[in-house]
Ligand binder design. Structure first.
Ligand code: CRA
Length: 838
């Protein structure tokens, strides 16, 4: 990288209108951008033009900080975290940048003086949905925290042209629609074609002897893809640090001589170009499951190779010798999606930069660290050897060699244990041969972490047990966290203001300070403000539901919300069984005294996941009946909010009374929605799974609704032989619920529609809904009872928020810095002459 000499920075002249933060200045800049960037004047400008003009106005203010940050990192060759992730679920940028710049109010005033409404403009932004769920959103929270904690970092990923699909609901079924997030342009990014990188695919390898008589390998690829970086600045909260999110777009390399390959076949060459561009076309829409598609593996090597080569370019640009790669960069692998980095870094060091095996291996291990995000067997990535070797012939050779050295090590530590060798090998040879990506990641990294205490423990005892016995020192836990900037300050300004009015605003950077709220838990005035804020936010959601779904909702009912990806292990259908239980009670006794509830669902199902889609259909079908049955008398409402996204989540979390975190114990690695709900004052009903365990520990068991089997009880029950039918026959209410569905009551008499779902429950019930049913119902009855005591509920809500400080992503990042990354903060001062003059 070319360093910007100091004197050049000192001479940098940036006009006030690009940096100034006063209302007057912002107004001028806004109109200027409308004119010069959008090419519009107020009379003909669309809402989108106004949004774009505002976005550019804000971006200008980021650029000053971004360039300063880059200059300082470059000058000091600062140690940097590379966060490699196939997903970054950033959510809309505008609002967050306003919060982090600390100019939300000024901008609101500026646009309002121009006759516009800020909320309206914020609504315009199409969010970059470049992720499926928790894993992608976690990456985004971590980038926010790294910028806020002034940690030099680069987020590396793929700039998918189509992010996660938009979800429509038709006749109760999910329908997928392509997401065109780029169709109006993206004002936040800057393309850097001058830093393009080339990635090879396919072909074969050839051995040769170099001039020093050493054995070397040359890779003759079948195809070369060009990766073009697109950079987005990410500003920390009230700091001058603006780090970079660098996403790669795939293109055909124009310098590649197609004619030579295709004998003048022009259309063939264009075809080749289209094939290349396919690589970054679309995000695979599976959460927590791997599909084993060739294009997906190509995406992984594409972004990993681009990113590692980019890091090497930076290392050379800063005059750091390549032998010190691991001192300049620590590379965090977000699950196994980037695990090919182990083989790719080895290949780059050995084949491209002439390094010997042992030194390359030592650098690789010292540079890489691996985060595991799941215990689900179907999510553990493995690639058929045939596919792998066809796409990455050189990497396969390297993996075989790593495996050879590794298995020697295992033999030395555990002699005469051939079964262990078979289990631990990087190659699964039990049938068709596969490369095991989690094993590759474990062997090639110096750190292996899970994402909640229970999850890490289960990794050590079960999924990665052999690796734990081999390398106990590599294992550590880093419980997930979420950013309070986006998920409280931006999404819940009313609660933010109330909290800050009592305890000041340090909590935004130091979330543990929320504990000072405990002092006000007996203050009736404060409690009543707390309650009226929740009520006002619920009113807003009522209006939204009325408009979106045409359903009238009682704002005083319990807002009982389950918002997350649809998956059987998350058990949205257990929630549905509860709804039908209440419905049955009303049908049996229409005058029964029931605490009114509104059941709200949001979430997408993977397009190929039939059972998850059927659960969505079931919920909508229950809604159609329950919402319109006169016997119910509006005491129950069921609402499915379509197209759940980050933007949407920000609207939903603040309105919840009750947060549903009801996965079968041992399946949810952490969960992060659980944290966002609790931070907004919802109480949780949950199993002892993932981070629920730690949330309960923090907020106190009396402020958390726990139910169901624990992870060890789940294993024990399964080992004994689980028979769901026994529960069905012995539980009257459960039987009535299942029979009600089977009778066609929710499907216009169609008894076949939900049969696959019912059969899977009655005869298999892999996620133990029936075993947990009664405990869940009893716990929900208790929730209903507690809710009637409004003072008690409010008190519990306040205590939840006050005690949730641990779950800030700032705490998580601080722990990664200390235990894994060994990295310090680098504060950024704004150089005098490029500082805003205000
Ligand atoms: N699906 C886990 O299932 C966890 C997030 C982030 C997940 C969640 O419980 O909170 O990761 N796992 O750590 C995953 O994506 C590939 O595995 C998720 O988002």
């Amino acid at each position: 990288m070319q360093t910007v000499p100091n004197h050049q920075v000192d001479n940098l002249q940036i006009e006030d209108d690009r940096t100034g933060l006063s209302v007057e200045c912002l107004k001028r800049a806004f109109l200027d951008n409308l004119f010069y960037v959008q090419g519009k004047f107020p009379k003909i400008a669309t809402k989108n033009d106004y949004y774009m003009a505002l976005a550019y106005t804000v971006r200008d203010r980021l650029l000053q900080r971004w360039i300063n940050t880059a200059v300082i990192y470059t000058d000091r060759a600062s140690r940097t975290v590379s966060y490699l992730s196939a997903e970054f679920l950033m959510g809309p940028h505008l609002g967050n940048n306003l919060v982090n710049l600390g100019i939300y109010d000024q901008v609101k005033q500026a646009v309002s003086e121009l006759g516009l409404d800020l909320e309206d403009l914020l609504e315009q932004e199409e969010e970059p949905g470049l992720g499926n769920g928790g894993l992608g959103r976690l990456a985004a929270c971590y980038l926010d925290s790294m910028a806020t904690l002034e940690i030099p970092s680069l987020g590396y990923g793929i700039r998918y042209e189509f992010g996660i699909f938009d979800q429509d609901i038709r006749d109760g079924w999910q329908v997928e629609i392509t997401d065109k997030w780029l169709h109006c342009g993206n004002p936040w990014e800057i393309a850097r074609p001058e830093w393009a990188i080339y990635v090879r695919l396919g072909g074969h390898t050839e051995a040769y002897t170099d001039e020093r008589g050493r054995y070397r390998v040359r890779w003759i690829p079948f195809q070369v893809i060009k990766g073009v970086p697109h950079d987005t600045p990410l500003l920390g909260y009230k700091t001058n640090t603006a780090n970079t999110l660098r996403l790669w777009t795939a293109e055909a390399p124009e310098s590649f001589d197609f004619a030579a390959f295709n004998s003048g076949d022009y259309l063939g060459a264009v075809q080749e170009k289209m094939v290349s561009e396919n690589l970054s076309k679309v995000l695979y829409p599976n959460d927590d499951s791997s599909q084993g598609k060739r294009l997906r593996l190509a995406q992984q090597i594409f972004f990993v190779s681009c990113s590692l080569q980019d890091m090497i370019r930076i290392v050379f640009g800063q005059n750091v010798p390549l032998e010190k790669f691991h001192e300049k960069f620590v590379v965090q692998l977000n699950d196994t999606h980037p695990a090919i980095a182990v083989a790719e870094l080895m290949r780059l060091l050995i084949d491209e930069h002439d390094m010997g095996w042992d030194q390359a291996w030592s650098i690789t291990q010292k540079s890489l660290a691996y985060t595991n995000h799941t215990l689900l067997p179907e999510a553990l990535e493995r690639w058929p050897i045939s596919l792998f070797g066809e796409l990455l012939p050189r990497h396969l050779e390297i993996i075989y060699e790593i495996n050879y050295h590794f298995l020697e090590e295992v033999k030395a530590k555990f002699p005469a244990d051939s079964d262990r060798l078979r289990r631990m090998s990087l190659i699964d040879e039990s049938g068709e041969k596969y490369v095991r990506m989690a094993h590759l990641a474990c062997v090639g990294s110096h750190s292996i972490n899970g994402v909640a205490a229970l999850h890490t423990k289960l990794l050590q005892q079960d999924v990665l047990r052999d690796f734990y016995q081999m390398y106990p020192e590599k294992f550590n836990n880093k419980t997930n966290g979420v950013t309070p900037r986006r998920f409280i300050v931006l999404s819940n300004p009313r609660l933010t203001n109330l909290i800050s009015s009592k305890i000041g605003d340090n909590w935004v950077k130091n979330l543990k300070d929320l504990k000072h709220l405990e002092a006000f838990v007996d203050d009736p005035e404060f409690c009543s403000q707390w309650r009226s804020i929740k009520s006002a936010i619920k009113q807003d959601l009522v209006a939204y539901i009325q408009k979106q779904n045409g359903i009238t909702v009682n704002p005083d009912s319990i807002f009982d919300i389950q918002a997350k990806r649809f998956h059987e292990y998350k058990r949205q259908h257990l929630n549905a069984l509860h709804i039908i239980t209440l419905y049955n009670r009303i049908k049996a006794n229409p005058d029964i005294d029931i605490t009114p509830r509104t059941f709200i669902f949001g979430g997408k199902a993977a397009p190929g996941y039939y059972m998850a889609k059927l659960i969505i259909k079931l919920i909508n079908s229950i809604g159609d009946v329950v919402n319109n049955d006169p016997d119910v008398r509006d005491r129950l409402k069921v609402v499915f909010l379509k197209n759940y996204s980050v933007k949407f989540a920000q609207r939903v979390y603040p309105a919840a009374d009750l947060s549903e975190q009801i996965s079968m114990a041992g399946k949810e690695a952490s969960g992060t929605g659980n944290m966002k709900f609790a931070l907004n004052g919802a109480l949780t009903i949950g199993t002892l799974d993932g981070a629920n365990v730690e949330i309960r520990e923090e907020v106190g068991e009396e402020n958390f609704f726990i139910f169901g089997l624990t992870a060890p009880e789940v294993y024990a029950l399964k080992a004994r032989g689980y028979r769901p039918l026994d529960y069905y026959h012995s539980n009257r209410e459960l039987k009535a619920v299942i029979d009600r569905i089977a009778s066609g009551h929710f499907s216009h008499g169609d008894t076949k529609l939900f049969k696959p779902l019912l059969d899977s429950l009655l005869y298999r019930d892999e996620y133990l809904l029936f075993a947990d049913y009664q405990a869940y119902i009893d716990c929900q009855d208790y929730v209903s009872q507690v809710y009637r005591d409004r003072d008690r509920w409010t008190r519990m809500s306040i205590l939840n928020v006050a005690r949730m400080g641990k779950f800030s992503s700032d705490r998580s990042i601080h722990d990664y810095c200390q235990d894994i990354w060994n990295i310090q903060s680098v504060p950024i001062e704004l150089g005098e002459c490029i500082q805003a003059k205000e």
